[in-house]
Design a protein around this ligand. Sequence first.
Ligand SMILES: C[S@@+](CC[C@H](N)C(=O)[O-])C[C@H]1O[C@@H](n2cnc3c(N)ncnc32)[C@H](O)[C@@H]1O
Length: 239
Amino acid sequence: MKKPSPEQIHTLFSSQMGAYAIATPININAIIAFCVSKKPKRVLELGGGIGTLTYCVLNYSEAIVEVYEENGFCREKLRQNLNRWSERVVLKKSYAQTPNLTDYDLVMIDGPDSVTIEERDRLTYQVLGGLRNIRSFFIEGSRYSQRQLAQSKMADISLYFLERVRGREVEGLGLMKGGLFVHKAGHSPKPIRYFCHLLWLVYDSFDFMDPRRRNKIKVRLRNPFQTMLRFFRRFKNRV
Ligand SMILES: C[S@@+](CC[C@H](N)C(=O)[O-])C[C@H]1O[C@@H](n2cnc3c(N)ncnc32)[C@H](O)[C@@H]1O
């Protein structure tokens, strides 16, 4: 059967009720490209929403997808949208539940939708804590602290490298956000892993080629005092 194109998937989901937070067409494209080239078998998703990214994975791979979604409305929409693949979808109602496996080919992060960033990070850390092996992470949008959590987790496991999915103007939709892949690389001793990890953290802090991030960097540089405060607050709250 012919698979829907990324544009068709975006149109299908963006026309639904409650679609205000769905993944951007840029990220839909990125996830489909990942599925086609890497053929994931086990996928974990934090923040399924109404199921846009899940739908891409189910359409373009044979993976079993474990999806965390705490919101009742979204869970119902997920069930409807992914009805065709019900035997390949495992829904988790609460982030307090542990993942079924310890080894995943892809972990997609686009949630949880917590009131504070600290709570969001605590829940993310709780879910990732028990995982032993991850081939790739994908973080939708900026989600800086979750990017760092994913990178720290990967540094505990292995060397890694980053693949940026840059935001850009999309015709008819305006400036859309991108995301970030964190891919597992070869083994190396701990000190080398952590040294490389620090370099990647710096690399990910600046991206002048991404228009959305460029604007954020400009704001940060214009307000050095607030930027320092943010930095120390985040450092203090680190889980
Ligand atoms: C950015 S959304 C995830 C979107 C998902 N990746 C997609 O593309 O469909 C993150 C979280 O926001 C919450 N959320 C998204 N849409 C919502 C809605 N219409 N009503 C209530 N909560 C929503 C859900 O809890 C979801 O996990």
